[in-house]
Design a protein around this ligand. Sequence first.
Ligand code: BMA
Length: 847
Amino acid sequence: MKLQEWKIQWFGPGEKNPLEISSPYYIDHFWMTTRVPGDIHSTLISKKLIPDPFVGHMDLECRWVEEKEWWYRTSFYWDECLDPLDTLELLFEGIDTYATVYLNGKEIGSTANMLVEHSFDVTREMKNGNNVIAVKIDPVHSHVKHKEQGYWCSYGKERIWTRKAAMNFGWDWGPRLVTGGLWKGVHVLKKAKANIDSVFPRTMALNDSSAIVEVDIGVKQHFKCKQKLNLEVELASKYHTFKSKTQIVAGKGRAELHVFDPVLWWTHDLGEPHLYDLTVSLRDSENHILDEKNQKFGIREVKVEQTHENGDHLFAFNLNGVRLFAKGANWIPVHSFIGSIDDRRYTKQLEMGKAAHMNMMRVWGGGIYEKEVFYEECDRLGMLVWQDFMFANALYPDYNKDFQANVEDEIEKVIKRLRPHTCLALWCGNNEIDWIFDRKSSDGEITTPFYGEKIYHQWIPQKLERLDDTRLYWPSSPFGSTGNTDLDAEEVGDRHNWVVWHGNVEPRKKGEPVIQNITKEGVSFKNYKKDATLFSSEFGMHASSNRYTLSKYIPKKEFYWKSEEMAYRNKDHFHEKGILLMEDFTGAPGDIEEYMNYSMLTQAEGLKYGIEHYRRRKPWTSGALIWQLNDCWPGTSWSMIDYELLPKASYYYAKKFFDPVLATIDHEPGELLNIYLVNDRLQRISGDVGIEVRTFKGDIVCTQTIAYEVDGNMAKQVSSIPEADLLQGADPTEVVIRLYSYEGAFQDNVYYLRDFKDLRLPKANLKVEYNLERRQITVTSDLLARFVKLEMPEGEILCSDNFFDLLPEQSKIVDLHHLDGGTVDLENIQVSSLNSDSFFTIHPINL
Ligand code: BMA
């Protein structure tokens, strides 16, 4: 049923009588049009009624929007015949947040949860002819201002009571923009006397030649319909079709399919993410189809191994019998205005993750249960999902009955919606709450009981026991303690390493005071090497957004380092942390150019340093999920991809440090160079690693060749060389080391023996040429060129490589493509390196 265009208007809260505005006869001709799905802010921006809140401090000019009462109205024509037991349902896939819904002037219900769908039976209220839907959206504060907010909650206090994306109230990487509106689809659905309510397929047993797939089906049957109903289930691939039939008892049916020669679903790095087509049809006694559901399903087994064969602790995802290293990132909402964002942004971001060898995304608990497209794309791309429930960094009023009913409804709906997805690997109760509760209680900042505890330790696990026992439930992240350690312990479970950046002093025992060491040494990324975590589910550092992204939203006269506008982009508590990190590695930046370069280099090198360490520890560390993949606005944050979908340097580094086969060096100044091969592939690899030490000017200092043989799914040290042996008297601040494969088994890996700030880089000359037809740029350097950067004149451009080093006399061809497939304006790309003259004119190549 196609709804007509929607309109919106605002009023002072309570100013109008709802019966007047919801009436079918109300004249709304002069209201503004809006899009559904969408949101109020985006509508006002498009009508120029508010400025773009991402420009300068303009978000502050938009605060009035959250103070108003907003009304949506639409009308539609209805004239379908109904069978006696048919029902009509008005379905809102998402309403943000406190709303009252009217149909033809009748109040049919209200909502108080943005995170789940809401449906209303409107069989009798629907008229033949014109119908009018009206929705009143209240300001959040009007519902929570009289509720107690006197206990721990980071960021906006209203969110304790409000089941809404927590990041809307501001976070340490995003502005406060309290959205409202119909953020997902609205539909009128005709339902037969019986219909399929849920389909939950899962792999029950698996061996080389067969699999058992069980499908649980929930059916809603009109209470007057006493007929016996049947279900037919079909699982099809292009090779085979498997069928099963079953009956419905008390609204439930279970079908079992025996699948021969199953084609398994793998993450993209281990194989193909093969998906079957699953069709469930509900039939009456005369075999008429009453309802049918189609979805994709991958045959796979996923579990989390918490004990190694030798009895030691482990935290490793195991897919189809393969213990894998989870490589990926934390996913935050793709935009502050989630409702208005095109699905293609999801595909773009996830495909970028895949191209950087990521095989897992963590949907972090301060946002939303993601849109359907996210999970569909993860299924398709072979990307596992760590799914948080949406509770983050706060206590929640679990003592309140209404809150309990709301949350229990949410948990049930979310489990049913997401459990069919093959990509879903783990359910997690919340973000950081259990861990921080102990920290803040020890400090005296929290003096209340653990409000919210029941949610993660009772309500969620109870529902999962009934609705999905196929995945591990992990109550919080981080979680796991040996008894007296705090929940961020490295010996058990997962860990958030916020030693680096936030300066947390760890390990810490339960109940001990919290200590932070915000000094150069305290926050330095070198601390990653002390981390023996089993699974690093959050860690990271800030980096600037790209120049294009920053300059688009910062007024020109404010585009300088430490301007108020620049500072405003950084929502973290203590801006000096980033400077300390840079001071340790690059030296503190003196201007905005240096800030952009140094923060990106520090983030990229810092993540490389940490992740190569974690990967060398395989399987004793079995996961590295970087904080954070993306941004929701043009800020400066921990993200690897900025708001305009331009990758930062760390993204291009990830294409190397996450590569399934990696040659890596563990080294500290003056010490041994320990050389490792990490092999995430299942096949054994053997060959030779070449080591080449050259001065920045190009002279060969030393070369060595090491034979290696590494079993599948293993990390192995293959050599250990004293620094002095490689230097042969050369100055450690003037050499570069390249690891390379003779057989092309892995990518080159480049190292320096000292921090960037201590290197004595000569001035390099770059030659830059472009080939318009092939969309390629070739960069050549005479001497070593550090951090060669191609700066984009617009957003959404991806390079085959960027922010790379060129060895003396080396050339590199960079392919460029626009994420939307459009042309790339090659002539306006500026190229530079940290040790070459600023920008270079690009010369066309003669074909
Ligand atoms: C963790 C996350 C987020 C936060 C990030 C950076 O605490 O879970 O809440 O944005 O670190 O501080």
